[in-house]
Design a protein around this ligand. Structure first.
Ligand SMILES: Nc1nc2c(ncn2[C@@H]2O[C@H](COP(=O)(O)OP(=O)(O)OP(=O)(O)O)[C@@H](O)[C@H]2O)c(=O)[nH]1
Ligand SMILES: [Mg+2]
Ligand SMILES: [Zn+2]
Length: 316
């Protein structure tokens, strides 16, 4: 039988067939994928073949094969430097939820995520959540970030998962697609799922007043079928997003505004650092590129890893 992985909790995978029947499945023995060193061999969004295990009382399955992925979002496991963690696969788009101060989301995090999504050509929409709590400063910040990211081609929407502001817009964008919600813990991913599909009633939790951080209320990725033609994957919050190793020369290609200028750099292998006649540096000096974007680029280029820490994905 063939099915789609909706959930993975440790060694069990919930797999739903085309007929809509769900089976709890395991992997038998060693199951390694060529070329991918990931802590989880199978991810939510994977299509798998499985056999029914008739010996047990309950009908469970044994996964025998995984279909090729059209894409996946992968991050570095911080504990195990060489290991990676696949957050989800075969997704049409990602909604990156951002809050300015409750909890804070920094541009270094946004840009790290976007680089990975660009590398796999996955469309990302930026959702600035908790609009109902904006004050003058947050509004200004959101306006500025919207300007920066819309300028380079990312759609930005201000939303409130609490009041329902612009949720119709999000739903329209989701129609007919598999979408993944991501962002720090506490930004409101599960709250957003709940307002879109109230009967799911996912667990949500106030962010800790002590640390101004979310509390990892969602502990594993899970896909849901929505009542309109759409699928959503809710994921646990990520603290830091480790960009999986890329060639130094290719990182700039995943900053769309850098990529556009690259042909004007004197050297075709320009890293946009100290090289003379660099179109990217030139644009930066003329305020045509946001300083925060350039800073993020340098951090990734230099493998600066202090900006992300261990989080829930690494405990699996
Ligand atoms: N004021 C306000 N609060 C919100 C909004 N969206 C979410 N919240 C609150 O933010 C807190 C965290 O929301 P969750 O939905 O649990 O956050 P999450 O992103 O799923 O967090 P993890 O599962 O830990 O990754 C809850 O107390 C929500 O009620 C919003 O638009 N406005
Ligand atoms: Mg959650
Ligand atoms: Zn250059």
């Amino acid at each position: 039988m063939t099915g789609l992985v909706y959930k993975s909790t440790g060694s069990w995978y919930s797999v739903k067939t085309y007929k809509g029947v769900s089976y709890e499945c395991r992997i038998k023995g060693k199951f390694r994928l060529k070329g991918i060193k990931s802590t989880n061999p199978i991810a939510v969004g994977d299509y798998v073949d499985f056999d029914l295990d008739t010996k047990s009382d309950q009908e469970t399955g044994v996964i025998t094969n995984i279909h090729d992925r059209s894409n996946y979002i992968v991050r570095k496991s911080v504990n195990l430097a060489k290991q990676t963690h696949i957050i989800a696969s075969n997704i049409d788009q990602v909604f990156l939820l951002i809050t300015i101060d409750n909890p804070p989301t920094f541009t270094s995090f946004i840009d790290r995520f976007l680089v990975t999504a660009e590398a796999y050509s996955i469309k990302t929409v930026l959702l600035f959540n908790k609009e109902d709590t904006f004050n003058e400063d947050t509004s200004m910040e959101v306006k500025y970030l919207t300007h920066v990211y819309e300028d380079i081609g990312y759609e930005c929407v201000n939303i409130s998962a609490k009041t329902g502001k612009n949720i119709d817009k999000v739903k329209t964008l989701m129609e007919g697609k598999v979408s993944m919600f991501t962002g720090h813990s506490g930004v409101g991913k599960s709250t957003l799922v709940n307002i879109i599909e109230p009967n799911l009633d996912l667990k949500t939790k106030a962010i800790s007043t002590q640390h101004m951080q979310g509390q990892h209320t969602t502990t594993f990725a899970e896909m849901f079928d929505l009542s309109f033609d759409a699928k959503i994957i809710d994921t646990p919050g990520i603290k830091g997003f480790g960009v999986v190793d890329m060639e130094k020369e290719e990182i700039g290609d995943y900053f769309p505004e850098f990529f556009e200028l690259k042909q004007d750099c004197k050297f075709n292998n320009c890293l946009h650092k100290e090289e003379p006649k660099c179109a990217v540096k030139n644009a930066l000096e003329n305020d045509k590129i946001a300083a925060s974007r350039y800073r993020s680029y340098l951090q990734i280029l230099e493998g600066d890893e202090q900006h992300f820490r261990t989080d829930i994905w690494d405990k699996e």
